[in-house]
Design a protein around this ligand. Structure first.
Ligand SMILES: Cc1cc2nc3c(=O)[nH]c(=O)nc-3n(C[C@H](O)[C@H](O)[C@H](O)COP(=O)(O)OP(=O)(O)OC[C@H]3O[C@@H](n4cnc5c(N)ncnc54)[C@H](O)[C@@H]3O)c2cc1C
Length: 458
Protein backbone atom coordinates (compact mmCIF):
# COMPACT_ATOMS: atom_id res chain seq x y z
CA UNK A 1 0.00 0.00 0.00
CA UNK A 2 1.39 3.46 -0.97
CA UNK A 3 1.14 6.57 1.21
CA UNK A 4 -1.80 7.83 -0.84
CA UNK A 5 -3.68 4.54 -0.82
CA UNK A 6 -6.62 3.86 1.46
CA UNK A 7 -8.74 0.74 1.81
CA UNK A 8 -12.47 0.65 2.47
CA UNK A 9 -14.75 -2.28 3.04
CA UNK A 10 -18.35 -2.36 1.82
CA UNK A 11 -20.99 -4.77 0.56
CA UNK A 12 -21.37 -3.62 -3.06
CA UNK A 13 -19.55 -1.23 -5.38
CA UNK A 14 -21.47 0.29 -8.26
CA UNK A 15 -18.77 1.14 -10.80
CA UNK A 16 -20.15 3.92 -13.03
CA UNK A 17 -23.34 5.58 -11.86
CA UNK A 18 -25.51 5.95 -14.96
CA UNK A 19 -29.31 5.53 -14.81
CA UNK A 20 -29.08 1.81 -13.98
CA UNK A 21 -26.28 2.19 -11.47
CA UNK A 22 -28.05 5.06 -9.75
CA UNK A 23 -31.23 3.02 -9.34
CA UNK A 24 -29.36 -0.07 -8.17
CA UNK A 25 -27.18 1.82 -5.68
CA UNK A 26 -30.20 3.42 -4.06
CA UNK A 27 -32.27 0.22 -3.92
CA UNK A 28 -29.40 -1.81 -2.48
CA UNK A 29 -28.71 0.84 0.16
CA UNK A 30 -32.40 1.03 1.03
CA UNK A 31 -32.30 -2.74 1.49
CA UNK A 32 -29.65 -2.23 4.17
CA UNK A 33 -26.43 -2.92 2.24
CA UNK A 34 -23.32 -0.76 2.53
CA UNK A 35 -22.98 0.59 -1.02
CA UNK A 36 -20.28 2.71 -2.65
CA UNK A 37 -20.96 4.40 -6.00
CA UNK A 38 -17.89 5.26 -8.09
CA UNK A 39 -17.99 7.79 -10.90
CA UNK A 40 -15.33 9.71 -12.77
CA UNK A 41 -17.84 12.15 -14.23
CA UNK A 42 -21.29 13.36 -13.27
CA UNK A 43 -23.32 10.96 -11.14
CA UNK A 44 -26.45 10.16 -13.14
CA UNK A 45 -24.59 9.48 -16.40
CA UNK A 46 -25.22 10.50 -19.98
CA UNK A 47 -29.02 10.60 -19.97
CA UNK A 48 -29.74 13.59 -17.70
CA UNK A 49 -26.78 15.74 -18.70
CA UNK A 50 -25.97 15.09 -22.38
CA UNK A 51 -28.57 12.61 -23.62
CA UNK A 52 -32.28 11.98 -23.21
CA UNK A 53 -33.26 14.95 -21.06
CA UNK A 54 -31.53 17.89 -22.78
CA UNK A 55 -32.25 16.50 -26.25
CA UNK A 56 -35.95 16.20 -25.45
CA UNK A 57 -35.87 19.70 -23.98
CA UNK A 58 -34.83 20.73 -27.49
CA UNK A 59 -37.32 18.51 -29.32
CA UNK A 60 -40.40 19.85 -27.55
CA UNK A 61 -39.85 23.53 -28.51
CA UNK A 62 -38.77 22.57 -32.02
CA UNK A 63 -42.03 20.65 -32.46
CA UNK A 64 -43.85 23.72 -31.24
CA UNK A 65 -42.14 25.84 -33.89
CA UNK A 66 -43.30 23.39 -36.56
CA UNK A 67 -46.85 23.39 -35.19
CA UNK A 68 -47.02 27.17 -35.35
CA UNK A 69 -45.95 27.01 -38.99
CA UNK A 70 -48.82 24.58 -39.61
CA UNK A 71 -51.36 26.83 -37.92
CA UNK A 72 -52.15 28.97 -40.95
CA UNK A 73 -53.70 25.97 -42.68
CA UNK A 74 -55.90 25.13 -39.70
CA UNK A 75 -56.47 27.99 -37.33
CA UNK A 76 -55.28 31.30 -38.73
CA UNK A 77 -52.24 33.42 -39.10
CA UNK A 78 -49.65 32.64 -36.40
CA UNK A 79 -46.07 33.74 -36.22
CA UNK A 80 -43.12 32.66 -34.17
CA UNK A 81 -39.62 34.05 -33.86
CA UNK A 82 -37.68 31.02 -32.58
CA UNK A 83 -35.47 32.01 -29.66
CA UNK A 84 -32.80 29.49 -28.77
CA UNK A 85 -31.94 31.28 -25.50
CA UNK A 86 -35.18 29.86 -24.03
CA UNK A 87 -34.13 26.33 -24.94
CA UNK A 88 -30.60 26.77 -23.62
CA UNK A 89 -31.91 28.27 -20.36
CA UNK A 90 -34.34 25.40 -19.78
CA UNK A 91 -31.63 22.80 -20.33
CA UNK A 92 -29.26 24.61 -17.98
CA UNK A 93 -31.99 24.85 -15.35
CA UNK A 94 -33.00 21.19 -15.74
CA UNK A 95 -29.55 19.85 -15.08
CA UNK A 96 -28.49 22.53 -12.59
CA UNK A 97 -25.77 23.88 -14.83
CA UNK A 98 -24.29 20.42 -15.25
CA UNK A 99 -24.00 19.82 -11.52
CA UNK A 100 -24.90 16.40 -10.15
CA UNK A 101 -25.97 17.31 -6.61
CA UNK A 102 -29.58 16.45 -7.55
CA UNK A 103 -28.42 12.88 -8.12
CA UNK A 104 -25.85 12.64 -5.34
CA UNK A 105 -27.98 13.95 -2.48
CA UNK A 106 -30.80 11.37 -2.74
CA UNK A 107 -28.19 8.62 -3.01
CA UNK A 108 -26.34 9.85 0.05
CA UNK A 109 -29.65 10.22 1.86
CA UNK A 110 -30.29 6.52 1.16
CA UNK A 111 -26.86 5.72 2.61
CA UNK A 112 -24.76 5.38 -0.56
CA UNK A 113 -21.20 6.68 -0.31
CA UNK A 114 -19.93 8.36 -3.48
CA UNK A 115 -16.27 8.04 -4.42
CA UNK A 116 -15.08 10.20 -7.31
CA UNK A 117 -12.47 8.99 -9.77
CA UNK A 118 -11.67 6.44 -12.45
CA UNK A 119 -12.47 2.95 -11.21
CA UNK A 120 -10.94 -0.33 -12.32
CA UNK A 121 -11.78 -3.86 -11.31
CA UNK A 122 -8.92 -5.47 -9.38
CA UNK A 123 -9.89 -9.11 -9.11
CA UNK A 124 -13.31 -10.46 -8.08
CA UNK A 125 -15.17 -8.15 -5.72
CA UNK A 126 -12.52 -5.39 -5.61
CA UNK A 127 -12.30 -1.98 -7.29
CA UNK A 128 -9.41 0.50 -7.28
CA UNK A 129 -10.32 4.14 -7.75
CA UNK A 130 -7.74 6.70 -8.83
CA UNK A 131 -8.17 10.44 -8.40
CA UNK A 132 -5.37 13.01 -8.55
CA UNK A 133 -2.71 10.49 -7.58
CA UNK A 134 -4.68 9.09 -4.64
CA UNK A 135 -5.99 5.52 -4.70
CA UNK A 136 -8.98 4.13 -2.87
CA UNK A 137 -9.24 0.34 -2.76
CA UNK A 138 -12.82 -0.84 -2.29
CA UNK A 139 -13.23 -4.43 -1.05
CA UNK A 140 -16.74 -5.87 -1.16
CA UNK A 141 -18.51 -8.70 0.54
CA UNK A 142 -21.12 -9.19 -2.21
CA UNK A 143 -19.52 -7.89 -5.38
CA UNK A 144 -19.40 -5.22 -8.06
CA UNK A 145 -22.09 -3.93 -10.41
CA UNK A 146 -20.57 -2.36 -13.54
CA UNK A 147 -22.49 0.44 -15.30
CA UNK A 148 -19.79 2.40 -17.12
CA UNK A 149 -21.90 3.30 -20.17
CA UNK A 150 -20.64 4.91 -23.34
CA UNK A 151 -18.81 7.82 -24.87
CA UNK A 152 -19.20 9.30 -28.35
CA UNK A 153 -17.75 7.25 -31.21
CA UNK A 154 -15.16 9.33 -33.06
CA UNK A 155 -15.01 8.07 -36.65
CA UNK A 156 -11.52 7.72 -38.16
CA UNK A 157 -11.99 10.40 -40.84
CA UNK A 158 -8.84 12.16 -42.08
CA UNK A 159 -8.42 15.51 -40.39
CA UNK A 160 -11.48 15.21 -38.12
CA UNK A 161 -9.56 14.82 -34.85
CA UNK A 162 -7.80 18.17 -35.43
CA UNK A 163 -11.06 20.10 -35.71
CA UNK A 164 -13.32 21.56 -32.99
CA UNK A 165 -16.34 19.48 -33.98
CA UNK A 166 -19.26 18.88 -31.64
CA UNK A 167 -20.39 15.60 -30.19
CA UNK A 168 -23.65 15.33 -28.24
CA UNK A 169 -21.73 16.73 -25.27
CA UNK A 170 -21.08 20.12 -26.89
CA UNK A 171 -24.44 20.12 -28.69
CA UNK A 172 -26.31 20.04 -25.37
CA UNK A 173 -24.50 23.20 -24.25
CA UNK A 174 -25.10 25.24 -27.40
CA UNK A 175 -26.04 28.84 -26.72
CA UNK A 176 -26.23 29.98 -30.36
CA UNK A 177 -27.49 28.06 -33.37
CA UNK A 178 -24.94 28.01 -36.19
CA UNK A 179 -25.97 29.28 -39.64
CA UNK A 180 -24.74 26.24 -41.53
CA UNK A 181 -24.60 22.93 -39.69
CA UNK A 182 -23.51 19.55 -40.98
CA UNK A 183 -24.79 16.62 -38.93
CA UNK A 184 -22.80 13.45 -39.43
CA UNK A 185 -24.87 10.37 -38.59
CA UNK A 186 -28.49 9.68 -39.48
CA UNK A 187 -29.35 7.54 -36.44
CA UNK A 188 -31.71 8.60 -33.65
CA UNK A 189 -29.50 11.40 -32.33
CA UNK A 190 -28.72 12.78 -35.79
CA UNK A 191 -32.37 12.76 -36.82
CA UNK A 192 -33.52 14.48 -33.65
CA UNK A 193 -30.80 17.13 -33.61
CA UNK A 194 -30.94 17.85 -37.37
CA UNK A 195 -34.67 18.53 -36.97
CA UNK A 196 -34.17 20.71 -33.90
CA UNK A 197 -31.42 22.91 -35.31
CA UNK A 198 -33.15 23.26 -38.69
CA UNK A 199 -36.32 24.48 -37.00
CA UNK A 200 -34.28 26.98 -35.01
CA UNK A 201 -32.86 28.46 -38.17
CA UNK A 202 -29.74 26.49 -39.16
CA UNK A 203 -29.26 25.36 -42.75
CA UNK A 204 -28.68 21.68 -42.03
CA UNK A 205 -27.05 18.98 -44.10
CA UNK A 206 -27.52 15.47 -42.69
CA UNK A 207 -24.96 12.93 -43.89
CA UNK A 208 -25.48 9.20 -43.39
CA UNK A 209 -22.98 6.59 -44.61
CA UNK A 210 -25.59 3.79 -44.86
CA UNK A 211 -28.04 3.79 -47.73
CA UNK A 212 -30.79 5.32 -45.58
CA UNK A 213 -31.30 7.19 -42.34
CA UNK A 214 -32.54 5.23 -39.31
CA UNK A 215 -30.75 2.31 -40.92
CA UNK A 216 -31.46 -0.06 -38.01
CA UNK A 217 -35.20 0.34 -38.49
CA UNK A 218 -37.68 -0.68 -41.21
CA UNK A 219 -36.66 0.78 -44.60
CA UNK A 220 -40.12 2.33 -45.06
CA UNK A 221 -39.63 4.31 -41.82
CA UNK A 222 -36.19 5.69 -42.72
CA UNK A 223 -37.28 6.60 -46.23
CA UNK A 224 -40.34 8.39 -44.92
CA UNK A 225 -38.39 10.38 -42.33
CA UNK A 226 -35.82 11.41 -44.97
CA UNK A 227 -38.66 12.65 -47.19
CA UNK A 228 -40.25 14.61 -44.34
CA UNK A 229 -36.92 16.19 -43.38
CA UNK A 230 -36.24 17.18 -46.99
CA UNK A 231 -39.66 18.80 -47.17
CA UNK A 232 -38.59 20.89 -44.15
CA UNK A 233 -35.47 22.00 -46.00
CA UNK A 234 -32.87 19.64 -44.51
CA UNK A 235 -30.41 18.40 -47.12
CA UNK A 236 -30.48 14.66 -46.35
CA UNK A 237 -27.80 12.62 -48.06
CA UNK A 238 -27.64 8.86 -47.57
CA UNK A 239 -24.70 6.75 -48.77
CA UNK A 240 -22.48 9.76 -48.05
CA UNK A 241 -18.90 8.87 -47.07
CA UNK A 242 -16.90 11.77 -45.67
CA UNK A 243 -13.31 11.46 -46.91
CA UNK A 244 -11.71 14.38 -45.10
CA UNK A 245 -12.50 17.24 -42.76
CA UNK A 246 -10.57 20.53 -42.50
CA UNK A 247 -11.13 23.53 -40.32
CA UNK A 248 -9.88 27.08 -40.83
CA UNK A 249 -12.52 28.93 -38.89
CA UNK A 250 -15.11 27.10 -41.01
CA UNK A 251 -15.46 23.39 -41.59
CA UNK A 252 -14.79 21.91 -45.03
CA UNK A 253 -15.92 18.33 -45.59
CA UNK A 254 -14.91 16.36 -48.65
CA UNK A 255 -17.83 14.12 -49.57
CA UNK A 256 -17.95 12.21 -52.85
CA UNK A 257 -15.81 14.67 -54.81
CA UNK A 258 -17.65 17.71 -53.46
CA UNK A 259 -16.60 20.06 -50.64
CA UNK A 260 -19.28 21.03 -48.13
CA UNK A 261 -18.66 24.20 -46.10
CA UNK A 262 -20.22 24.65 -42.67
CA UNK A 263 -19.97 26.81 -39.59
CA UNK A 264 -20.27 23.79 -37.34
CA UNK A 265 -20.03 20.04 -37.58
CA UNK A 266 -21.93 17.73 -35.24
CA UNK A 267 -20.70 14.13 -35.16
CA UNK A 268 -23.24 11.62 -33.84
CA UNK A 269 -22.15 8.41 -35.53
CA UNK A 270 -22.77 6.11 -32.60
CA UNK A 271 -21.41 5.27 -29.18
CA UNK A 272 -18.41 3.34 -27.86
CA UNK A 273 -18.73 1.33 -24.68
CA UNK A 274 -16.48 2.39 -21.76
CA UNK A 275 -14.83 -1.00 -21.31
CA UNK A 276 -11.19 -0.23 -21.96
CA UNK A 277 -9.11 0.35 -18.88
CA UNK A 278 -11.65 -0.93 -16.36
CA UNK A 279 -9.66 -4.04 -15.40
CA UNK A 280 -11.82 -6.66 -17.14
CA UNK A 281 -8.74 -8.90 -17.45
CA UNK A 282 -8.47 -9.06 -13.64
CA UNK A 283 -11.83 -10.85 -13.44
CA UNK A 284 -11.22 -13.24 -16.32
CA UNK A 285 -13.02 -11.20 -19.00
CA UNK A 286 -11.70 -10.10 -22.39
CA UNK A 287 -10.41 -6.50 -22.10
CA UNK A 288 -10.88 -6.07 -25.86
CA UNK A 289 -14.55 -7.10 -25.81
CA UNK A 290 -17.07 -4.59 -27.16
CA UNK A 291 -19.76 -5.63 -24.69
CA UNK A 292 -19.96 -7.51 -21.39
CA UNK A 293 -21.92 -10.74 -21.67
CA UNK A 294 -24.53 -11.12 -18.97
CA UNK A 295 -26.90 -13.93 -18.13
CA UNK A 296 -30.60 -13.50 -17.42
CA UNK A 297 -29.83 -12.22 -13.91
CA UNK A 298 -27.22 -9.75 -15.16
CA UNK A 299 -24.35 -11.82 -13.81
CA UNK A 300 -21.13 -11.29 -15.71
CA UNK A 301 -18.74 -13.37 -13.59
CA UNK A 302 -17.75 -14.17 -10.04
CA UNK A 303 -19.37 -11.54 -7.78
CA UNK A 304 -19.81 -9.38 -10.87
CA UNK A 305 -22.94 -7.91 -12.47
CA UNK A 306 -23.26 -5.51 -15.42
CA UNK A 307 -26.12 -3.31 -16.61
CA UNK A 308 -26.75 -0.63 -19.22
CA UNK A 309 -25.35 0.12 -22.65
CA UNK A 310 -22.23 -2.00 -22.03
CA UNK A 311 -24.32 -5.20 -22.09
CA UNK A 312 -25.32 -4.66 -25.73
CA UNK A 313 -29.00 -5.36 -25.04
CA UNK A 314 -30.27 -1.95 -26.15
CA UNK A 315 -28.63 1.40 -25.44
CA UNK A 316 -31.60 3.01 -23.71
CA UNK A 317 -32.26 4.40 -20.28
CA UNK A 318 -35.26 2.09 -19.88
CA UNK A 319 -33.08 -0.98 -20.58
CA UNK A 320 -30.46 0.17 -18.07
CA UNK A 321 -33.14 0.68 -15.40
CA UNK A 322 -34.87 -2.62 -16.25
CA UNK A 323 -31.61 -4.51 -15.93
CA UNK A 324 -30.74 -2.71 -12.70
CA UNK A 325 -33.94 -4.02 -11.12
CA UNK A 326 -32.93 -7.56 -12.13
CA UNK A 327 -29.40 -7.15 -10.80
CA UNK A 328 -30.67 -5.76 -7.49
CA UNK A 329 -32.97 -8.76 -7.05
CA UNK A 330 -30.11 -11.14 -7.76
CA UNK A 331 -27.66 -9.38 -5.44
CA UNK A 332 -30.26 -9.47 -2.68
CA UNK A 333 -30.85 -13.16 -3.32
CA UNK A 334 -34.46 -12.74 -4.43
CA UNK A 335 -35.97 -15.05 -7.01
CA UNK A 336 -37.18 -13.40 -10.17
CA UNK A 337 -37.71 -14.07 -13.84
CA UNK A 338 -34.68 -13.80 -16.12
CA UNK A 339 -34.34 -10.65 -18.22
CA UNK A 340 -36.37 -10.72 -21.42
CA UNK A 341 -35.41 -8.49 -24.34
CA UNK A 342 -37.99 -9.71 -26.86
CA UNK A 343 -40.06 -6.54 -26.65
CA UNK A 344 -37.54 -3.75 -26.13
CA UNK A 345 -39.06 -0.57 -27.49
CA UNK A 346 -37.17 2.32 -29.01
CA UNK A 347 -38.29 5.80 -29.95
CA UNK A 348 -36.71 8.39 -32.19
CA UNK A 349 -38.20 11.72 -31.12
CA UNK A 350 -38.34 13.02 -34.66
CA UNK A 351 -41.51 14.69 -35.90
CA UNK A 352 -43.44 12.48 -36.52
CA UNK A 353 -41.95 10.12 -33.95
CA UNK A 354 -40.48 6.82 -35.12
CA UNK A 355 -41.17 4.10 -32.58
CA UNK A 356 -40.50 0.39 -32.85
CA UNK A 357 -40.56 -2.80 -30.84
CA UNK A 358 -39.05 -6.24 -31.35
CA UNK A 359 -37.85 -7.42 -34.76
CA UNK A 360 -37.91 -5.69 -38.12
CA UNK A 361 -39.20 -7.70 -41.09
CA UNK A 362 -35.64 -8.46 -42.20
CA UNK A 363 -34.55 -9.52 -38.71
CA UNK A 364 -37.56 -11.84 -38.49
CA UNK A 365 -36.71 -13.38 -41.89
CA UNK A 366 -33.03 -13.72 -40.89
CA UNK A 367 -34.21 -15.55 -37.73
CA UNK A 368 -35.87 -18.12 -40.01
CA UNK A 369 -39.43 -17.20 -39.03
CA UNK A 370 -42.34 -17.64 -41.36
CA UNK A 371 -43.11 -13.95 -41.77
CA UNK A 372 -46.21 -12.01 -42.73
CA UNK A 373 -46.25 -8.21 -42.73
CA UNK A 374 -49.00 -5.60 -42.74
CA UNK A 375 -48.47 -1.95 -43.62
CA UNK A 376 -50.92 0.96 -43.36
CA UNK A 377 -50.60 4.72 -43.85
CA UNK A 378 -51.51 7.01 -40.95
CA UNK A 379 -52.60 9.87 -43.22
CA UNK A 380 -55.27 7.60 -44.71
CA UNK A 381 -56.86 7.04 -41.32
CA UNK A 382 -59.71 9.21 -40.06
CA UNK A 383 -57.48 10.72 -37.37
CA UNK A 384 -54.75 11.40 -39.90
CA UNK A 385 -57.15 13.29 -42.13
CA UNK A 386 -58.62 15.20 -39.18
CA UNK A 387 -55.19 16.07 -37.83
CA UNK A 388 -54.12 17.56 -41.16
CA UNK A 389 -50.61 18.95 -41.69
CA UNK A 390 -47.83 17.03 -39.96
CA UNK A 391 -49.59 13.69 -40.11
CA UNK A 392 -47.59 11.61 -42.60
CA UNK A 393 -46.84 8.22 -41.09
CA UNK A 394 -47.17 4.48 -41.15
CA UNK A 395 -47.70 1.38 -39.07
CA UNK A 396 -45.94 -1.84 -40.01
CA UNK A 397 -46.52 -5.07 -38.14
CA UNK A 398 -44.44 -8.24 -38.42
CA UNK A 399 -46.08 -11.57 -37.60
CA UNK A 400 -44.57 -14.96 -36.91
CA UNK A 401 -47.24 -16.71 -38.97
CA UNK A 402 -46.50 -20.14 -37.49
CA UNK A 403 -47.34 -18.94 -33.99
CA UNK A 404 -49.87 -16.28 -35.02
CA UNK A 405 -48.25 -13.56 -32.88
CA UNK A 406 -46.52 -10.27 -33.62
CA UNK A 407 -42.75 -10.32 -33.20
CA UNK A 408 -42.18 -6.71 -34.20
CA UNK A 409 -43.86 -3.46 -35.13
CA UNK A 410 -42.99 0.05 -36.25
CA UNK A 411 -44.98 3.23 -35.96
CA UNK A 412 -44.21 6.57 -37.60
CA UNK A 413 -46.86 8.99 -36.39
CA UNK A 414 -47.55 11.99 -34.21
CA UNK A 415 -47.13 10.61 -30.67
CA UNK A 416 -45.67 7.45 -32.24
CA UNK A 417 -43.82 6.75 -29.00
CA UNK A 418 -47.17 6.52 -27.22
CA UNK A 419 -49.00 4.67 -30.02
CA UNK A 420 -46.37 1.91 -29.98
CA UNK A 421 -47.29 1.14 -26.35
CA UNK A 422 -50.07 -1.26 -27.20
CA UNK A 423 -47.81 -3.01 -29.71
CA UNK A 424 -45.21 -3.49 -26.99
CA UNK A 425 -47.90 -5.23 -24.95
CA UNK A 426 -48.85 -7.34 -27.96
CA UNK A 427 -45.27 -8.45 -28.64
CA UNK A 428 -44.31 -8.90 -24.99
CA UNK A 429 -47.51 -10.74 -24.09
CA UNK A 430 -47.55 -12.75 -27.34
CA UNK A 431 -51.17 -11.76 -27.78
CA UNK A 432 -52.60 -13.81 -30.69
CA UNK A 433 -53.13 -11.75 -33.84
CA UNK A 434 -56.65 -13.20 -33.96
CA UNK A 435 -57.32 -11.47 -30.59
CA UNK A 436 -55.75 -8.20 -31.73
CA UNK A 437 -57.93 -8.22 -34.84
CA UNK A 438 -61.12 -8.53 -32.84
CA UNK A 439 -60.45 -5.92 -30.14
CA UNK A 440 -61.81 -2.36 -30.03
CA UNK A 441 -59.82 0.58 -31.41
CA UNK A 442 -61.28 3.93 -30.37
CA UNK A 443 -62.45 6.18 -33.16
CA UNK A 444 -60.78 8.41 -34.27
CA UNK A 445 -57.35 7.68 -32.77
CA UNK A 446 -53.93 7.32 -34.32
CA UNK A 447 -53.73 3.77 -32.97
CA UNK A 448 -56.60 2.71 -35.23
CA UNK A 449 -53.99 2.49 -37.99
CA UNK A 450 -52.73 -0.61 -36.16
CA UNK A 451 -56.06 -2.29 -36.92
CA UNK A 452 -55.66 -1.40 -40.60
CA UNK A 453 -52.11 -2.83 -40.64
CA UNK A 454 -53.29 -6.05 -38.96
CA UNK A 455 -56.00 -6.48 -41.61
CA UNK A 456 -53.33 -6.32 -44.31
CA UNK A 457 -51.08 -9.03 -42.87
CA UNK A 458 -49.97 -11.11 -45.85
C1 LIG B 1 -27.99 12.53 -27.43
C2 LIG B 1 -28.55 11.30 -26.75
C3 LIG B 1 -29.91 11.18 -26.60
C4 LIG B 1 -30.44 10.05 -25.98
N1 LIG B 1 -31.79 9.95 -25.85
C5 LIG B 1 -32.31 8.85 -25.27
C6 LIG B 1 -33.72 8.72 -25.10
O1 LIG B 1 -34.50 9.60 -25.49
N2 LIG B 1 -34.21 7.62 -24.48
C7 LIG B 1 -33.37 6.62 -24.03
O2 LIG B 1 -33.86 5.63 -23.48
N3 LIG B 1 -32.03 6.72 -24.17
C8 LIG B 1 -31.49 7.80 -24.77
N4 LIG B 1 -30.13 7.89 -24.90
C9 LIG B 1 -29.28 6.80 -24.38
C10 LIG B 1 -29.11 6.92 -22.87
O3 LIG B 1 -28.51 8.15 -22.53
C11 LIG B 1 -28.30 5.76 -22.30
O4 LIG B 1 -28.79 4.55 -22.79
C12 LIG B 1 -28.41 5.83 -20.79
O5 LIG B 1 -27.68 6.91 -20.29
C13 LIG B 1 -28.00 4.54 -20.11
O6 LIG B 1 -26.64 4.45 -20.05
P1 LIG B 1 -25.86 3.57 -19.00
O7 LIG B 1 -26.72 3.22 -17.85
O8 LIG B 1 -25.22 2.46 -19.72
O9 LIG B 1 -24.71 4.56 -18.45
P2 LIG B 1 -24.29 6.04 -18.79
O10 LIG B 1 -25.45 6.95 -18.74
O11 LIG B 1 -23.45 6.06 -20.00
O12 LIG B 1 -23.39 6.39 -17.50
C14 LIG B 1 -22.17 5.74 -17.25
C15 LIG B 1 -21.47 6.41 -16.08
O13 LIG B 1 -20.28 5.69 -15.79
C16 LIG B 1 -19.22 6.62 -15.54
N5 LIG B 1 -17.97 5.91 -15.84
C17 LIG B 1 -17.57 5.36 -17.01
N6 LIG B 1 -16.40 4.73 -16.86
C18 LIG B 1 -16.03 4.88 -15.57
C19 LIG B 1 -14.92 4.43 -14.81
N7 LIG B 1 -13.96 3.65 -15.33
N8 LIG B 1 -14.87 4.79 -13.51
C20 LIG B 1 -15.83 5.55 -12.94
N9 LIG B 1 -16.91 5.99 -13.62
C21 LIG B 1 -17.02 5.63 -14.91
C22 LIG B 1 -19.54 7.79 -16.43
O14 LIG B 1 -18.93 8.98 -15.93
C23 LIG B 1 -21.07 7.85 -16.36
O15 LIG B 1 -21.50 8.67 -15.30
C24 LIG B 1 -29.57 9.03 -25.50
C25 LIG B 1 -28.19 9.16 -25.64
C26 LIG B 1 -27.67 10.29 -26.26
C27 LIG B 1 -26.18 10.41 -26.40
Amino acid sequence: MTATESVRECDVVVLGVGPGGEYAARKLAEAGLDVVGVDRGLVGGECPFWGCTPSKLMVRPSDLVAEVHRADRLAGDARIRPDWSLVAARIREANHDWSDHQHVEPLEHAGVRIVRGHGRLDGPGTVRVELDGATTVLRTTRGVLVNTGTEPMRPPIDGLADTPYWTNREAMKVTEVPDRLVVLGGGPNGLELATVFARFGARVTLLEAADRVAAQEEPEAGELLARILRDEGVDVRAGAEVERVDHDGEFHLRVGGEVLDADQLLVVTGRRNNLTDIGLETVGLDPEAETIDVDGHLRAGERLWAVGDITGKGAFTHVSRYQAAGAVADILGHDGPPADYGAVSRVVFSDPELAAVGLTEQQARDAGLSVRVGLAQVEKSARGWLHGPGTTGLVKVVEDADRGVLVGATVVAPYGGEVVGMLVTAVHGEVPVSRLRTMHYAYPTFHRTIEAALKRLA
